[in-house]
Design a binder for this molecule. Structure first.
Ligand code: GCB
Length: 668
């Protein structure tokens, strides 16, 4: 009986705000992001990682708020609870051998660390920054609340100068709640369900990836001077023949100079090329803004569109007080490029782009969605091996480290916020959805690789209110950044969609021969052509196929092709390629994205064998047969559209068939 009433309380706790509004209004986002520059060392800043093994406690699922009531943060977790070791960064779900994987509700982490005595400076501040915690986080430092943040996959930070003990040991405590309800982004449902022991609470969600949780990305302590560079926003442009680049910057400062008279701050900006040669410099205006002009610029180009893709300059910003005193130094990598689009094309540096890439996931064995530098590096090597020039960060923002990699390798990013299968449009959901985009744009606006914002994946855009809802979301995103187009990956029939009007580029997802007409390879090509044409006809905007594919068990072979076999995946791809080539000739079809880059874990279901197997690579990042086919297509497109050269090993020697036997593109 007691269990039952506690359970009802738990469900009540998670379902308080589920009312669906009939009228939604466009309110301002109440809390917008400040600061959050990626932590970097400089002459004036120190960075310390708090990654490693933390202590971990899971709350009683039936009593998720117990730790707050009993103030677990006031002491070491180990004082009151049995603790287990937990790696950070990592999802906690797949680390243990018990049922932690499916835990619903709150878990606790803590760790100790020293703050050096030398950090106790009058003119210095200390910040605590999380790359991401999924989903909601409460953070205490030495028992004092330091911050609270709702939303996975996005960073948050707070100044902790006043909470730290210098030259002593300190403790950081984190409570993380993975519960998803109808007003979280993404949405989920918590229900009370009878089981063999009475009742249990169950987390359900419609999206097709495992709801991994925990401290997913790095935790940093970093210092800044008292008066410091808090924000940098840059925008870049090129002249008509791409020979001159312009970098417009604006800087925000937090704090004021020690002496009132010196408060007239200014910044000196220097731009260095890859050889370390200074190519432009400027002194800011009194608003701390200005424009750098770069003669003989090397523009940022996507992979295979130029022999030197992903060219980055280093921008050095030195903040000075009026008396010349150097207050702060921050450096960031800058790619100089210009985006444009119209009703049929997307262009970079004046050149038409044809996207060829993937929908992806941050997902791997054991670490779940935890940042893993080895995995990230391998993934970028595979992207380049296969000749992709783009991916969508389906279905949430990816790590800042991966965005930096994308800049460096020339991989274009369609940057997606965490809204998946969006439905039951309520005021509270709208506010959070907008907030997720505000946080995303703020975090990623300076990345050359980010070429488009995706405001949702497979939203239910035929529902009542969908038109108004997405108009508000799209217009808000546009108000944050006018330099990039806006898309959403839509799977509703174009005839019933209400969101396309608000987008700049239409992306659609469809699984012909899989979810529609399974196994029917003869029902792919024409259907793809018809659907893409339908979208274009309705909205007169460029169209991308953002998802297509087939689940494939690596090692399963069946001839003739049969669902789940490697042969079938290759055939499904090939039938799509035919459609894409017809569509490309129409002039408004601008990209093809396979679902998915690699196999990934999902919630348990009878349609999934250990997860979603639509990967071109296995979860261990080895190619399936279709990867070799896709590689030939992506490089063939690169050769046709951008005159790229073929990798030496693209073709396997088969037989002497004259001169055309080896390098003729028609043999692909
Ligand atoms: C989709 C979703 C993606 C799924 C995929 C599938 O349309 O956008 O998240 O994983 O289908 O394989 O079912």
């Amino acid at each position: 009986m007691l269990t039952l009433s506690l359970m009802s309380l738990v469900v009540g706790w998670y379902v308080i705000h589920t009312a669906i509004a009939l009228i939604i209004v466009n309110k301002d986002v109440s809390q917008t992001t400040r600061g959050m520059l990626y932590p970097r060392e400089s002459e004036t800043r120190e960075v310390r990682s708090l990654d490693g093994i933390w202590n971990f406690v899971r709350s009683d699922q039936k009593n998720p708020t117990q730790g707050i009531r009993d103030q677990w943060y006031a002491e070491d977790l180990s004082k009151n609870q049995p603790i287990i070791p937990m790696p950070v960064p990592a999802s906690y779900n797949d680390i243990t051998t018990d049922d932690l994987r499916d835990h619903v509700g709150t878990v606790w982490y803590d760790r100790k660390f020293f703050v050096p005595r030398s950090w106790a400076k009058e003119q210095q501040r200390v910040w605590l920054r999380f790359g991401s915690v999924h989903y909601e986080a409460y953070v205490w430092v030495n028992g004092q609340q330091a911050m609270k943040h709702e939303m996975g996959h996005l960073p948050f930070e707070a100044e902790v100068t006043h909470l730290l003990k210098y030259g002593e040991e300190n403790r950081i405590t984190v409570m993380c709640d993975n519960a998803l309800i109808q007003t979280t982004v993404p949405q989920g449902k918590i229900t009370e369900v009878p089981n063999d022991d009475g009742v249990t609470i169950v987390q359900s969600y419609t999206f097709d990836f495992f709801n991994y949780a925990g401290i997913h990305r790095s935790v940093h302590l970093y210092t800044t001077p008292k008066t410091f560079i808090e924000e940098v926003e840059i925008q870049t442009k090129l002249n008509d023949d791409n020979s001159v680049g312009y970098v417009t910057y604006s800087i925000n400062v937090n704090g004021s100079a020690a002496n009132e008279a010196d408060n007239n701050l200014y910044a000196r900006i220097q731009l260095y090329n890859k050889q370390g040669v200074m190519v432009a410099n400027a002194t800011s205006d009194s608003q701390l803004g200005g424009t750098l002009k770069v003669d003989k610029v090397k523009p940022w180009w996507p992979y295979l569109m130029d022999p030197e893709p992903g060219y980055l300059y280093e921008m050095e910003i030195k903040l000075h007080a009026a008396n010349e005193e150097l207050l702060d130094v921050y450096r960031l990598q800058v790619g100089i490029r210009q985006l444009s689009w119209n009703n049929a094309q997307f262009l970079i540096n004046g050149k038409q782009v044809y996207f060829r890439g993937f929908g992806r996931h941050e997902d791997s064995d054991i670490r779940g969605k935890g940042l893993d530098n080895a995995l990230m590096t391998r993934d970028f090597n595979l992207l380049k091996w296969i000749g992709a020039n783009a991916y969508r960060t389906s279905h949430y923002p990816y790590s800042e480290e991966s965005m930096q990699f994308a800049d460096r390798h020339g991989i274009m990013i369609i940057d997606e916020c965490p809204s998946v299968d969006t439905e039951n449009f309520s005021q509270e959901l709208l506010d959070k959805h907008k907030s997720s985009l505000e946080q995303l744009v703020h975090r990623d606006r300076n990345h050359a690789s980010v070429v488009m914002w995706s405001i949702a994946n497979e939203p239910r855009t035929r529902e009542t209110n969908a038109g108004t809802y997405f108009q508000f979301v799209a217009n808000y995103t546009r108000s944050l950044d006018k330099t990039r187009p806006i898309t959403a990956a839509i799977a509703q029939p174009h005839t019933e969609d209400k969101a396309g009007n608000s987008l700049d580029i239409i992306s659609f997802n469809r699984y012909n021969a899989w979810y529609s007409n399974p196994g029917r390879l003869d029902m792919v090509t024409q259907r793809v052509i018809d659907e893409a044409s339908g979208w274009y006809k309705k909205y007169n905007k460029p169209v991308i196929m953002a998802e297509y594919g087939a689940d494939t068990m690596d090692g399963l072979h069946m001839q003739p092709a049969y669902v789940w076999s490697e042969e079938f995946q290759s055939e499904v791809f090939s039938r799509h390629f035919r459609a894409f080539d017809v569509l490309r000739r129409k002039g408004w079809f601008i990209g093809e994205f396979v679902w998915n880059f690699a196999d990934f874990k999902t919630a348990q279901s009878y349609t999934r064998v250990g997860g979603n197997k639509k990967g071109v690579f296995t979860r261990a990042r080895q190619p399936k047969a279709a990867a070799h086919l896709l590689r030939k297509r992506y490089f063939a497109l690169g050769r046709e559209l951008e005159d790229c050269s073929f990798p030496e090993d693209l073709f396997t020697y088969i037989a002497e068939v004259g001169d055309s036997g080896k390098r003729d593109a028609s043999d692909l």
